[in-house]
Design a protein around this ligand. Sequence first.
Ligand code: PLP
Length: 385
Amino acid sequence: MGLILSDRHSCVLQSEIRNMSIECHRVDGINLAQGVCDTPVPEAVLQGAVAAIGQGINTYTHYAGLPRLREAIAVKQQRFSGITFDPESEIIVSAGATGALYCAFQALLNPGDEVIVFEPFYGYHISTLQAAGAVPVYLPLNSPEWSFSAHDLELVVTPRTRGIIVNTPANPSGKVFSSDELEIIAGFAERYDLFVFTDEIYEHFVYGNNVHRSFAALPGMGERTITVSGLSKTYSVTGWRIGYVLCDARWAQAIGYFNDLVYVCAPAPLQAGVASGLRELDESYYKNLAVAYQAKRDRFCDALALAGLSPHIPDGAYYVLADVSRIPGATGKERALHILHKAGVASVPGGAFYHDKRGEQMVRFCFAKEDAVLDEAICRLQLLD
Ligand code: PLP
């Protein structure tokens, strides 16, 4: 038989995150590998979805999403970042932030276009670019502050550069981009006429004195910025698949048509559930979320330090990269497996976040877990010798 897989298939190989989750399940470990938050879903969100099913909101919605959800997203965005988006023409609800990014790349990038990605990166950003035929160009952040300079950007730009991805707060580093850094990126994007794709899915997971800033709010950046976010993390509904793109109407229509082609629409009653949450939950919900996750971060990072796995304390999101150079093994994967087999706690090998060997001394833990599960993981990590 002469049949073979497509050239494109290699950009969606089994991810290290999925591999570790499978091994974790096999040995009945605690899964701190995958970014699945198992904290409670707000009642308003649950009841909103249940009511919607009862009311018959079970058929296809407009490809851009239920009008009530788009309106609620517009209100939320105005409230939190001061930016106004027209629910009719500038908001596309998709199958999670993942679906939103997929459609945006399909609509806006051509094969061979280069897109700058800060490293360590979130692997889906790379695979999604590659699925569109685009080429990721890596810009390494300097550990431990995860800093970069305007000069670093100049080193990676070429005549083929078409965009840059800004993930703030970032997975896996926990970096929250400062206003100064965003302004550097804005100047750069303007100079080279680039799209700025922002992934702001962790916008409400920001700790201490750090503040999340939406890139689109920067002066003059509205038209070139494609803002992606969603409710998977904020409402602990990763399985519902509700995310969205916010951007100028000039881009939104084509992104919406791709959304129609690939997903038709996001799940109808779940869109309604999330809309209820956006309408009914007040400021305190989002504040309490950050406070609760900061407490988890602090407890978990203290435990890592005690276990001799020095943590890079994250300013946002809910992951922590830990230095595992003291753990036996030649690669990050061997070290992550050692931790899983000795302590029963799964993590992701650092190599999953780098295109070269620089992640081998690190693993990533996710601390978005119920306190009892986190406590058990903390106890188990102290068993590592
Ligand atoms: N973006 C980042 C940076 C993530 O870490 C994740 C999930 O881990 C996602 C997007 C996925 O979001 P969604 O569930 O809305 O597709």
